[in-house]
Write a protein that binds this ligand. Structure first.
Ligand SMILES: [Mg+2]
Length: 415
């Protein structure tokens, strides 16, 4: 019986046993049953399966004196009987300890090209990073791969990768590895052009027949001639006199962004709290909160008197600073430190919120927002944000299945 522990030093002889071939049940059990005859200890086990082919690596302590030849012959003969290939490499110790500075680099491609992969990984190397592990998070609706990198601090790695990602046709997120990532527990999203595909003010304007005027105010705000609050008041004023029944029509016209439901459902299943903040209107966000099971929702409120929109808003104004303030408020209410929050948005209005959050994600955003955010998603599926959080497609689908079962059971109980 050997006594080396897995944490012991590098000069202890070890054997690396690599098995390669068609994946099927029983291979791991068969290999270790074969090794057990030699009273070895396990130092490490890793297995990957790619297109039905497995690579199983077992690092074990060296067999007692004089038994290595017999071990090699036994393992090869077992592998042959299983129609697997085996390779056994003598050496010492375990992996070198990972370097300081640990990050997770998530790359999303639609498709993910070999060229983009070459460029991203070459930049990791050039920044001084070593890739310790590679793992596919998803193949649908995008190809998402996570690289565990060590040897370089997160910030310089992010700078090296994120700024040029768009030119490579991929989205790249770089976050510090570690326990805090798993502690991210609050996601706050913008609404217009983020959770929904529409700009709610434009939907109202269409009913009021003032689309052109509203668009002109929006353009003036974009030219910097009006700040958000001025442009909000100017645009809402154009809605004065509109019948309040339009609110229901607008609610029914709102189109969710593809993947929004999946994103929210999965986050809720995993125990996250989820909120929305909007420079639009509570008349729509309250409805979304209800429909999507959100924990928080805040926006401006259109004043309605005697069944008509007055052209004014009431209450606290939600603007660029207001969104960041609400993120802080929601975090405090949720009991989540700001560093463990995620914010998602597309507009300049979202920048303070994106910067205040632990992870700010620019979603199909304008270049100015994309460049200022921690990371950017440029595919039109909101659920791809899950992959930036390290959540796999399998986990997403497991949450769906669980929901279906619960819904099925609820339906049964009703009968
Ligand atoms: Mg927006």
């Amino acid at each position: 019986m050997t006594t080396m522990s897995a944490t012991q030093t590098s000069d202890v002889p070890t054997l690396l046993v690599k098995i390669f071939g068609k994946d099927r049940p029983g291979i791991t059990a068969g290999l270790f049953d074969t090794l057990a005859a030699f009273s070895l200890d396990v130092v490490d086990i890793e297995q990957v399966v790619t297109r039905g082919r497995m690579v199983l690596c077992a690092l074990v302590t060296h067999p007692p004196q004089g038994l290595e030849g017999e071990l090699r012959a036994t393992v090869h003969s077992w592998a042959e009987s299983m129609r697997m290939q085996a390779e056994i490499i003598s050496g010492t110790g375990d992996n070198r300890p990972r370097g300081l500075g640990r990050s997770l680099v998530t790359v999303l491609g639609h498709p993910l090209t070999a060229e983009a992969t070459a460029q991203v990984t070459a930049r990791i190397t050039a920044a001084g990073g070593n890739i310790d592990r590679i793992f596919r998070l998803a193949k649908y609706p995008v190809t998402a791969v996570e690289f565990a990198v060590s040897g370089v601090e997160t910030e310089p790695l992010r700078t090296a990768l994120v700024t040029e990602a768009a030119a490579l046709g991929v989205d790249v997120a770089v976050v510090a590895a570690g326990l805090h990532r798993r502690a991210q527990r609050l996601v706050v999203m913008d609404v217009d052009s983020t959770v929904i595909q529409d700009e709610v003010i434009e939907l109202f304007a269409a009913h009021a027949g003032c689309e052109a005027e509203v668009a002109e105010v929006t353009a003036a705000a974009m030219r910097g001639e009006l700040d958000f609050e001025q442009s909000l008041h100017a645009r809402v004023a154009l809605l004065a006199g509109l019948d309040a029944s339009v609110v229901d029509k607008v609610r029914s016209e709102v189109r969710l962004t593809p993947g929004a439901r999946t994103l929210i459902r999965t986050l809720k299943r995993l125990g996250y709290q989820v909120g929305v903040v909007s420079g639009g209107f509570t008349q729509v966000t309250d409805d979304l909160k209800e429909r999507l099971g959100l924990d928080f929702a805040q926006a401006n409120t259109l004043e309605i008197v005697d069944g008509k929109l007055t052209g004014r808003v009431t209450g606290e104004i939600v603007d660029r600073a207001g969104k960041a303030r609400l993120l802080r408020r929601f975090a405090a209410e949720a009991g989540v430190p700001l560093s463990q929050t995620v914010a998602i948005g597309d507009g300049a209005n979202d920048l303070d919120m994106l910067n205040a959050a632990g992870l700010g994600v620019a979603f199909n955003a304008k270049p100015v927002v994309r460049q200022a955010a921690h990371t950017a998603v440029n595919v039109p599926f909101l659920d791809t944000v899950l992959y930036l959080l390290g959540i796999t497609r399998e986990e997403v689908e497991a949450a769906d299945t669980l929901d279906e079962r619960l819904l099925g059971r609820a339906a049964d109980e009703e009968h």
